[in-house]
Ligand binder design. Structure first.
Ligand code: TPP
Ligand code: MG
Length: 1124
């Protein structure tokens, strides 16, 4: 790097001043990092050898340190320093670097006690800026720039130009040292120049250390407002907030008194943004204070100083420290007014029509509507085409009506809560209506024209959600991510998420943090979310002081450096302004932003609740409070924007519209067409018969795909074990034998990708696989580079940035958040196989809300299908209570299949699978796993799939399948491939037809089981040489129950005692589920007896923590199952 003159001067000066101030006291190690200490101990080392960036950082820090040393040694400075502050400054140059490096040399007096003389007004313009006072490399560089760019001496103290000219001519360090000493002692050349050529016509005052300190203190005051001004902002519309004055905002803290108000101070213009960048280096204290208060302590409280990025802070300062931008033109004000009026009148209309109904009204925060609309308009103007919204109960109907613009007659119709809809529903005339949900949980999707000129098409979708606050957050984000993928919005510009929150929920629910935490992760990043908090300062009956420990309900968002804009909910223009600002932030930085609308709740938690029981004082104030709409009407009338008659006319127009829609709603017949987007056209409802398709793949294609996905470039150096794994996989495809679990999974993914589908696998450590079996991503051992062999299938197309047909990604350590995300992802487009894998199965219970409220019941409540697949490692290996069970019983219990009736399973009537809420499987062969995964895509409906996935079967010598079981070559035996087997017959059974079953009446025991216990049972039976008399059938799909196949096996072995064997305790596992159904089948077949149980005894904990006890229990249950 070429050394700049200034930097050279800095180095030279450093040596000079250090020697002068410290002499032999300069020691290594005081400068913080090694780099700086070595430079300090070797002052004669050549300058300019570090990189440009590091060089500047180093010099800046050095100057800062030398400044501090000087101060401390002088014994007069008010600043103290520690190595900690130095290293923090080094790490976070922003924001404090700005102020410190504007300073000039030698601090000598205490900032806290200004003297009489210091208060004497001295116009700053008359002060001199000369070389002797310089103490910052940045400043030196600035001077050098000016010297070069502006022709040298213009507006510059002569001492500077003399110095810079000399340096340009190659002045040595020694010469500079002596020049410095001379100048300090009042000798030539710099001091002489200075005496001879004053820079102003009047006799200049000296730049005294007091004046320097004043500038510095003033900058600290400015910083204090930027950091804490929001604490004094007028946010509470009720004016009840008791806040103490933040001392850092008190000018007295910085030594200023009222006498200083009209004095001018030098703030400079150096690399500052916002009002400090206005071309005005001199300010009176009064002007500064009024500008600071106006900007930071009005109806908006800006919190952004926790953001480390200087560019982002400066961008914000440019937006917010310029008050003129906030003004709305009369035409826009009229629009804001109309939107506000619509918000209020909608609620009053509903309350008049449905007096006793719960609607969780928005009253008290009606400005949300014009604010939200402003963000939507801005989004449309910035190119957004699709907005995905998640929100809680509060104001949901209002948002649906006035932001999303769902037809009012539909809303009114739903409000009636009338009979179940009839007529044309779903697609292809399906009558499926599900179980429904309350009106304030329903979602919708509407395309309308938006933008300031209402001329740009935007789709707004509100996701249906359960009552569980915030649970929908990552579902929205996931859906957005999928939409971005499918619309090729790789830059995340046109599809955006908006999440609304309540104050109590935002600070209280952990999922909020999980959502924020995912926001910048590579495969979960959607380019930022706009968060809007309806902060009515109460949660049900609970006051904020009992519901959070933080100052603001939004404080959690600071962990991802999101800016937070608190705004007084009564000021509609301020709300609209910050919403637009937040949206612009999101679009510019592709990061989250938060708007906290501080408002109130006009009624109780819902309209039937009495709020005076719990918040009597607040509600006394609320009762007298004039609504934001009324306030705004009065304001606009006063401003002359509207007349009183115009206001009345607008009200009448809105009410008429509401009335008309209300009348129309009486005859409205709901249609559910909008529950399926165009990608879902042709998919069947639960009551529409879908044919069964084969999932086997042409043998030639299998081999080709197999070869491709096991190819690793020669230039890539995998770990030797990984290489062995891939060599073994390649061999499996070559020989067609012994395909193991992980390879079967790869082949399922590979064949689906090959057919043009998208596969996404996410969860903790899924890339390698918790059990080190998958290796879907491999790392070069010398470069650390990633390689994803499955992408070999479309590597030629990967030039398209962001195109990932196959996504596999390690997730954050969150189950709730990540599972929600994947669910959302799966909702958007049916042609994705979306899989979430739990580290161990029981960790899924951290995501229970997603499982209970969305996956198991989502289709019934909201008519939304999903093919989301959950892999939950399950199985008793003696690893203790928490790593054995994925809590199979919970999933089975939530299956909505009727255990009391044998369903009609004939080919033309079999709706059993489509009719149930989900599928729960515990498969035992790699080939069956392959077909199970492929089946998720190869059918014309979607169902969630819960897989109890194996651990020890991943490497079990018997758990291997021949490639022939993956192919599409049919045969009459059960050994064929072609499709998923819901039940695997005993290994000796040959005939799989449901009629003409060959009866084996000599068989004495028929053991049904599921999962890996099969291999132990089989081994023990082999040891007993009892294959002829004991038969073992594996139920691979527990729900929906394979009624027809179990019936076939019962018929095949009519004299056998029937046993259910499981590893789980009696009160867990599949026992209850299977027992209920086998009883029904016994009754159906007129069979005597009952299902015997072989398994662990009932228990509180899923398993023992003692390995030896586990082994004993395991031996016993296997014996119980087999021994007669
Ligand atoms: C996870 C969850 N816990 C509890 C509830 C019950 N509940 C419904 S609304 C509410 C208060 C929410 O307060 P806040 O987030 O401030 O929203 P507001 O109702 O004030 O708009 C509670 C506790 C819920 N819906 N979800
Ligand atoms: Mg609240």
């Amino acid at each position: 790097m070429r050394e700049t003159t200034a930097r050279r001067a800095a180095g030279l000066l450093w040596r000079t001043t250090t020697t002068a101030a410290w002499g032999s006291k300069v020691r290594g190690g005081t400068g913080g990092t090694n780099r700086s200490s070595s430079s300090i101990t070797a002052p004669s080392s050549p300058l300019g050898t570090t990189s440009a960036k590091n060089g500047i950082i180093f010099h800046r820090r050095f100057y800062y340190n030398s400044l501090r040393r000087t101060t401390t040694i002088g014994g007069k400075g008010g600043l103290t320093t520690t190595s900690t502050t130095r290293s923090r400054r080094h790490r976070f140059l922003h924001p404090s670097s700005e102020s410190s490096f504007l300073m000039v040399k030698t601090l000598t007096s205490s900032p806290s006690k200004p003297t009489e003389q210091q208060n004497k007004p001295t116009p700053m313009r008359e002060l001199r800026d000369e070389f002797l006072n310089a103490n910052s490399v940045a400043y030196l560089e600035e001077m050098e720039k000016r010297f070069k760019e502006e022709g040298g001496e213009i507006g510059m103290d002569k001492s500077w130009s003399t110095l810079l000219k000399s340096l340009d001519k190659g002045m040595t360090g020694k010469e500079l040292s002596s020049m410095w000493e001379d100048a300090k002692n009042g000798n030539a050349p710099l001091a002489r120049e200075r005496r001879a050529t004053p820079s102003s016509s009047t006799a200049p005052s000296e730049v005294t250390s007091d004046l320097i300190q004043e500038s510095m203190r003033l900058l600290l005051l400015v910083r204090a407002y930027q950091s804490a001004g929001h604490e004094m902002a007028t946010l509470d519309p009720l004016g009840m907030e008791k806040k103490s004055v933040n001392v850092s905002l008190d000018p007295e803290l910085y030594g200023f008194t009222e006498k200083d108000l009209d004095r001018e101070f030098f703030l400079g213009t150096w690399r500052m943004k916002g009002f400090l960048a206005e071309d005005q280096p001199y300010w009176t204290l009064r002007d500064i204070l009024s500008r600071l208060r106006e900007t930071y302590c009005g109806n908006i409280g800006y919190e952004y100083m926790h953001i480390m990025d200087r560019e982002k802070c400066n961008w914000l300062r440019e937006q917010i420290e310029t008050p003129t931008q906030k003004g709305y033109k009369p035409e826009r004000k009229k629009i804001l007014f109309e939107r506000l009026a619509r918000a209020e009148l909608f609620e009053t209309f509903l309350s008049n029509k449905y007096t006793a109904a719960k609607r969780f009204g928005l009253e008290g925060c009606e400005t949300l509507i014009p604010g939200f609309e402003e963000a939507v308009d801005r989004a449309a103007d910035l190119g957004v085409k699709n907005i995905n919204i998640g929100m809680p109960h509060r104001g949901r109907l209002n948002v649906l009506a006035n932001v999303i613009r769902k037809p009012l007659q539909t809303i009114f119709n739903e409000f009636k809560g009338g009979p179940k809809p009839t007529g044309e529903l779903g697609l292809s005339g399906s009558q499926y209506t599900g179980s429904g949900d309350v009106k304030y949980h329903l979602g919708t999707s509407v395309v309308t024209r938006r933008g300031v000129n209402q001329d740009k098409k935007v789709q707004l979708s509100l996701l249906a959600n359960p009552s569980h606050l915030e649970a929908v957050d990552t579902v929205v984000i996931g859906k957005c991510a999928a939409r971005q993928f499918y619309t090729k919005d790789y830059e995340k510009e046109t599809v955006i998420p908006v999440l609304l929150h309540g104050d109590g929920a935002f600070s209280g629910q952990g999922i909020v943090y999980e959502t924020l935490d995912m926001s910048q992760l590579p495969e979960y990043h959607v380019g930022g979310t706009l968060h809007i908090v309806v902060n009515n300062q109460v949660a049900f009956t609970t006051d904020p002081k009992h519901s959070r420990s933080s100052m603001y309900c939004t404080d959690v968002a600071k962990c991802i450096e999101a800016p937070v804009f608190h705004v007084n909910g009564d000021d509609v223009e301020a709300v609209a302004w910050v919403m637009q600002l937040a949206l612009e932030w999101r679009q510019k930085f592709k990061a989250d932003a938060v708007v906290d609308i501080v408002c109130y709740r006009k009624f109780g938690h819902n309209e039937i609740d009495e709020p005076m029981f719990t918040q009597p004082l607040m509600y006394k104030v609320i009762k007298k409070h004039v609504s934001a709409h009324q306030q705004y009407a009065e304001k606009l009338i006063k401003e002359g924007v509207l007349t009183a008659d115009e206001v009345k006319a607008k009200h009448a127009e809105i009410l008429k519209e509401l009335d008309t829609e209300f009348e129309m709603s009486k005859n409205y017949v709901p249609k559910f067409r909008d529950w399926v987007s165009s990608h879902w056209q042709g998919f069947k409802s639960p009551d529409q018969f879908a044919s069964i398709r084969n999932t086997g793949v042409d043998p030639q294609v299998l081999r080709e795909v197999g070869a491709k996905i096991t190819e690793i470039p020669e230039t890539f150096t995998p770990h030797k074990t990984v290489k062995r794994v891939y060599d073994a996989r390649r061999k499996m495809f070559e020989t067609g034998e012994n395909v193991d679990w992980a390879t079967a999974e790869m082949l399922a993914f590979g064949t689906l990708l090959n057919e043009g589908n998208h596969v996404r696998l996410s969860g903790q450590d899924v890339e390698r696989g918790t059990f080190s079996h998958r290796h879907a991503v491999i790392k070069d051992q010398s470069t650390g580079e990633r390689f994803v062999p499955l992408r070999n299938l479309y590597r030629d197309k990967m030039a398209e940035k962001g195109l990932k047909y196959f996504t596999v990604c390690n997730s954050s350590l969150s189950e709730f958040g990540v599972l929600g995300f994947e669910l959302g992802y799966s909702l958007d487009n049916p042609n994705s196989l979306v899989i979430w894998e739990a580290q161990f199965g029981d960790f899924a219970n951290s995501a229970q809300v997603i499982i209970d409220q969305f996956i198991s019941s989502g289709e019934a409540k909201w008519l939304r299908q999903t093919g989301l697949t959950l892999l939950l490692p399950h199985g008793y290996d003696g690893q203790g209570p928490e790593h054995s069970s994925a809590r199979l019983e919970r999933f089975l219990q939530m299956s909505d299949e009727d255990p009391r009736v044998v369903p009609d399973m004939s080919q033309t009537k079999r709706l059993a699978i489509q009719g149930t809420n989900w599928q729960i499987c515990n498969v035992t062969t790699p080939a069956n796993y392959f077909h199970l995964l492929r089946r998720q895509i190869h059918r014309d409906y979607r169902k969630p799939l819960i897989v109890m996935s194996p651990k020890n079967l991943l490497r079990h010598p018997k758990c291997l399948s021949p490639l022939s079981e993956f192919d599409d070559v049919d045969s009459l035996t059960d050994a064929q491939g072609t499709r998923f087997k819901r039940l695997i017959m005993d290994k000796t059974a040959k005939v799989r037809g449901l009629t003409n079953i060959p009866v084996e009446d000599h068989v004495q025991r028929l053991v049904f089981c599921s999962g890996k216990v099969y291999y132990e049972l089989d081994a023990e039976r082999e040891a007993l040489k009892a294959e002829d008399t004991i038969k073992i059938c594996r139920i691979e799909q527990l729900a929906p129950f394979p009624w027809d196949l179990v019936e076939r096996e019962l018929k095949r072995y009519p004299n056998a005692e029937v046993v259910w064997c499981q590893e789980e305790p009696l009160n867990m596992g599949a026992y209850t589920h299977v027992d209920q159904r086998i009883r029904t089948l016994f009754k159906h077949l007129g069979k005597e007896g009952e299902l015997k149980y072989a398994g662990r005894n009932q228990a509180a904990s899923p398993s023992t923590g003692y390995g030896s006890v586990h082994a004993e229990e395991q031996i016993k249950l296997i014996k119980d199952a087999l021994v007669l």
